[in-house]
Design a protein around this ligand. Structure first.
Ligand code: SAH
Ligand code: SF4
Length: 386
């Protein structure tokens, strides 16, 4: 008889751990103890949980385990950032990036291996979809970043203060796992991150945004990238299904459901000659009038399978100025960790491409430029920039 797979304590929310202990005839507070051991002290050995009786530890070892994803590569940037390549159970590799800034440390994590949504400017999208990350694989990225940055060895207090789901994948296409992972990140017995400091970035999966309020009160960022449906549908196929007006309606409702006053971040990747004209900025200012928000401009980060170009500094500045004059708070994302290929949209893991999409893009890119794309190009985004 094949025994059932052991449940992985790393990916169980407090509610699920309580159910597990109830099933074992134990008190609910055992959930708090186990969470503190794993997420706050970095314990991966059930035997080390000394405030739990030997008998219960034995039972836990028989029925459960603590299984982390594997870190297969570790890059440190000259600017203090880190990029880690993480291998998940499906065999795919995803990436996470840590960016230290004065007073905070932001960890950008992945939610899927690959992505099915195929935005025209995104390296992850070019790979097609491979797999959803499990709760433990999502939370495991935060666990590993803490471990690698010395949090569990007492060398550093809490290196990661903010988590953004802006790595590989569309978080809301992996809804249940992302909701549980975010729950663990914000749980006081685990990482205790504030709801203002955990941000789910989405390309606009409207039905998922509509149901988010029943699961979480995390912050959100919306990848808009165009001020009208015609252009947005050209660069983001998901817009054909969920156009801008519906997206804005859904975001407003989510923000209204939050117990505190917060605004979403509108992300706008500026691509030269595509969505960076002054008129686009003026139209964007009008479009967003009814939605209190902050705007984050991201100059396009080039990668080898794309013909798009980054706009000049002055055109980014003009775009920003038009929005600022219209009354918006606008930030421009500076590219960090460029030397390790960890900038936005440069996150390209090594996925088993079931859709053959990367093959199609590769052929198209080859016929355009005569460039040969090979497996090493996955990480050659950094070589692109040298
Ligand atoms: N799927 C989610 C989160 C991952 S992408 C989403 O789309 O929001 C994180 C951010 O990086 C998004 O705003 C995305 O549009 C942006 N991005 C993707 N490729 C990029 C590139 N090549 N240059 C700059 N930003 C990019
Ligand atoms: Fe997927 Fe986001 Fe990339 Fe679009 S931008 S393909 S939604 S990861």
């Amino acid at each position: 008889m094949v025994s059932a797979e052991k449940s992985n304590l790393l990916g169980l929310s407090r509610a699920k751990l309580k159910t597990l202990f109830a099933d074992l005839g134990e008190k609910p507070f055992r959930a708090d103890q186990v969470m503190k051991w794993i997420h706050q002290r970095g314990t991966t050995d059930i035997d080390a949980m000394t405030d739990i009786s030997k008998n219960l530890r034995q039972l836990l070892k028989e029925q459960t385990e603590i299984r982390l994803p594997t870190i297969v590569e570790d890059y440190a940037s000259a600017d203090g950032s880190h990029k880690w390549i993480v291998e998940v159970a499906s065999g795919s590799k995803v990436e996470m990036v840590f960016i230290p800034e004065s007073g905070r440390g932001t960890l950008c994590i992945s939610s899927q291996a690959g992505c099915s949504l195929d935005c025209s400017f995104c390296a992850t999208g070019k790979q097609g979809f491979n797999s959803n990350l499990t709760v433990a694989e999502i939370v495991g990225q935060l666990w590993w970043a803490n471990a690698k940055l010395g949090a569990y060895s007492g060398e550093m207090g809490r290196p990661v203060s903010n988590v953004v789901m802006m790595g590989m994948g569309e978080p809301l296409m992996n809804f249940d796992n992302v909701m549980d992972a975010v729950d663990i990140m914000m749980d006081d017995c685990a990482f205790g991150l504030s709801k203002r400091k955990v941000t789910i970035s989405t390309s606009g999966v409207v039905p998922a945004i509509d149901k988010m309020k029943d699961y979480t009160d995390a912050s959100i960022a919306i990848s808009l990238h165009a001020p009208n449906d015609e252009l947005r549908s050209q660069i983001m196929p998901i817009n054909k299904k969920y156009p801008i007006a519906e997206l804005i309606r859904s975001v407003k409702e989510y923000m209204a459901s939050l117990p505190d006053r917060r605004v979403p971040v509108i992300e706008y990747t500026l691509i030269k000659g595509v969505n960076d004209h002054r008129q686009h900025a003026r139209d964007l200012a009008i479009l967003l009038k009814s939605l209190p928000c902050k705007i984050n401009l991201i100059p396009f980060n080039p990668f080898s399978l794309s013909d798009y170009e980054r706009p000049s500094g002055s055109s980014v500045a003009n775009f920003r100025q038009i929005l600022q004059e219209a009354g918006y708070t606008v930030t421009v994302r500076t590219t960090r960790a460029d030397d390790i290929g960890a900038a936005c949209g440069q996150l390209v893991g090594d996925v088993v491409d079931q859709t053959q999409r990367s093959e199609r893009h590769k052929k198209r890119a080859e016929s355009r430029s005569g460039k040969v794309f090979d497996k090493t190009d996955n990480l050659a985004v950094m070589a692109d920039r040298v």
